[in-house]
Ligand binder design. Structure first.
Ligand code: SAM
Length: 214
């Protein structure tokens, strides 16, 4: 696993600049996120935290699913992304870091994070996953989507090229590098319910569904 990534400040600058153009990544991330939303399926009344909410495209679906009595909260380090999410969804948003969730224990029934852990240093991931577990109720559902290692010839070649580019300029890659999270998720005390890899235009994404064992 690539250990180091970009700083929080560099991530904020990058995604503030990118803004609504982030939705273009849907060309190679869209299928994985659609599948992840199906696996999340929050029922009406559910409280969902969306970490690294981005432009709010998927968050709009989550907010609609939990309406009218549920709660869909989007957290992000980028004020521009939060503005886009608020405009798109009208849901509460929170300026914050995935590594320091400003919520009481057991505040949420589900936690969704797509293409965010890929931006964080490997050393931070164990504590972050423990904190994800802390804010979930016992039995609560975690759904993660990240860039991952290739699973066929095309995706393996593409990830090998991506790693070369990443070595030259992590910032140029938006800080995103491939992860494989099943081990870390289990070590944090979750029960792994499902792992899938979705490849779109050669880009492999890992979807993890896990349950807080409480
Ligand atoms: C690749 S985008 C993904 C956005 C959205 N989840 C999606 O799937 O389209 C990464 C998002 O994570 C946010 N982000 C980066 N570092 C973060 C951190 N430490 N804590 C919270 N959000 C972060 C960025 O601002 C950006 O909105």
């Amino acid at each position: 696993m690539i250990q180091e990534t970009i700083s929080r400040e560099a991530a904020r600058r990058y995604y503030d600049r990118l803004g609504a153009y982030q939705d273009w990544a849907g060309r190679f991330e869209g299928r994985a996120k659609t599948r992840a939303l199906i696996l999340l399926t929050p029922p009406p009344g559910c409280r969902v935290l969306n970490v690294g909410v981005g432009t709010g495209k998927e968050h709009a679906h989550i907010a609609a699913a939990v309406a009218p009595d549920g709660l869909a909260v989007g957290l992000d380090v980028s004020p521009v992304m939060l503005r886009l999410t608020r405009t798109r969804t009208g849901t509460p948003v929170c300026l914050g870091d995935a590594r320091q969730l400003p919520y009481a224990s057991a505040s949420f029934d589900c936690l969704y994070a797509a293409y965010v852990l890929d931006l964080l240093p490997a050393l931070d991931l164990p504590d972050l996953l423990h904190d994800f577990r802390r804010v979930l109720v016992p039995g609560g559902r975690l759904v993660l989507v990240t860039l991952t290692e290739g699973v066929d010839r095309t995706s393996r070649a593409l990830i090998a090229l991506w790693k070369l580019l990443y070595a030259i300029s992590p910032e140029g890659c938006g800080g995103c590098r491939p992860l494989q999270l099943t081990g870390l998720v289990r070590q944090a005390g979750f029960r792994l319910a499902r792992r899938e890899v979705v490849v779109q235009w050669g880009v492999p994404s890992e979807i993890i569904v896990a349950e807080n064992r409480g």
